[in-house]
Design a protein around this ligand. Structure first.
Ligand SMILES: Cc1ncc(COP(=O)(O)O)c(C=O)c1O
Length: 384
């Protein structure tokens, strides 16, 4: 489904991707763009001269991260915590959300494990159960979730985009339905934030997390966690010095009952990472500058062209808007060989196989030729 957003010109010049590499695997891990790599390198080098690291630098970088992350999510910086992974954010939510005996926690069939195990444990510990939304044959995950949101659901733990199929959930409608039955909404936005427009104001989740190393184009081991104001008094996973009140006064740090403001209490230990935060911030700034709707349209156009071309080879994918534009999961009647990624990698074409799909996830660094090379490979494999 084309939008009225103009596409971005190819941004490959900002990345270190050789001409003969067709990297169509952002859902696995995005390449770090040159300016982000430089920002991270400068940050890492600071540790060579610790005498130049001042107390305020432990705070300034973290606050900049919060500001930019808040712009991406359309919320206040006070609602952002800095986390190392999606699973850390999900564990934080699971620690704070109540669930009673007999109630249930809603997840999707084949949901990513980092947004599954914590809920399985929470349900087990509380005499609750996991309620699994069955895979919808018609690809309509939204309808399937809405059907499953009954009065017994205490927490709905969901993604914006299902990670193997690219199926898109209408989170505005799901958010409304959750509020109607008093269920908390927890989101894993790792496969969508940065490539699919999203607004906390519209969806009103309780918690939402995204690892930075995919569609936020950031480094590995850092991510952002949105915490709704009603949970700001909650319990962090870790207790550390920097999430407490007045931590910036290095000379007189001692014990205090009080936490720093807003969601800062949920920050991970050593959150002031001098290498990772500047790289993540630089990448998020670039994403904002490009504009997420335009990123979505740019990746979407490439995927639409690909889907059309490989349809004649027997591959099909759900159509938009049930599928997110940036995410193309190709299936065919005959099984897809597990070793397909290795076969393609020998041709320097990079995709993933997830479940029974070839997962193609381009970004603004991809060219039309990258797509053509994948099509040529699939044609050879299909014997067409
Ligand atoms: C949907 C989804 N969530 C989260 C992650 C990463 O989880 P974590 O940050 O806990 O390693 C991935 C990685 O592939 C993912 O696909």
């Amino acid at each position: 489904m084309a939008t009225d957003q103009p596409m971005l010109p190819c941004q490959r010049h900002l990345f270190d991707i050789p001409d003969d590499v067709a990297y169509l695997n952002c859902a696995y891990m995005s390449p770090l763009m040159r300016p982000a790599l430089e920002a991270g390198t400068v940050g890492l080098a600071r540790k060579a001269h610790p005498w130049q690291i001042t107390p305020d630098q432990f705070f300034a970088g973290a606050e900049e991260f919060r500001d930019i992350a808040a712009q991406l999510l359309d919320c206040s910086a006070d609602c952002i915590a800095i986390v190392p992974s999606a699973s850390y954010g999900i564990a934080t939510a699971a620690r704070n959300l109540p669930v009673n005996k007999g109630q249930s926690i809603l997840v999707l069939e084949e949901q990513f494990p980092s947004n599954y195990y914590a809920w399985q444990r929470l349900a087990e510990n509380n005499g609750a159960s996991l309620k699994i939304v069955p895979w919808p044959e018609d690809h309509d995950w939204t309808a399937a979730v809405l059907n499953s949101l009954t009065a017994d659901v205490a927490i709905a733990a969901l993604p914006h985009v299902q990670w193997t199929s690219g199926g898109r959930l209408d989170l505005v409608r799901i958010g409304e339905a959750c509020r109607k039955i008093g269920a908390a909404l927890v989101l894993d936005l790792t496969q969508s934030l940065g490539a699919l427009p999203f607004s906390v104001r519209d969806v009103q989740p309780d918690f939402a997390v995204a690892a930075s190393y995919k569609w936020l184009l950031g480094p590995y081991s850092v991510g952002l966690l949105y915490v709704a104001p009603k949970w700001h008094h909650g319990m962090p996973l870790e207790e550390n010095w920097i999430q407490r009140a007045d931590a910036s006064d290095f000379a007189s740090i001692l014990y205090t009952e009080n936490y720093d403001a807003g969601a800062r209490r949920f920050d991970m230990g050593e959150r002031s990472n001098f290498a990772l935060l500047p790289a993540a911030v630089r990448a998020m700034k670039q994403v904002l500058e490009w504009d997420i709707a335009r990123i979505s349209e740019t990746a979407g156009a490439l995927n639409r062209r690909l889907a059309e071309a490989v349809a004649t080879l027997g591959f099909s994918a759900p159509a938009e808007p049930l599928r997110a534009p940036h995410y193309l999961a190709l299936r065919r009647k005959t099984a897809i060989p597990k070793e397909l990624p290795e076969m393609l990698a020998r041709e320097k074409v990079f995709v993933s196989v997830r479940g029974s799909s070839i997962r193609v996830t381009p970004h603004v660094y991809n060219t039309v030729e990258d797509g053509e090379r994948l099509i040529a490979c699939l044609r050879r494999i299909a014997g067409g």
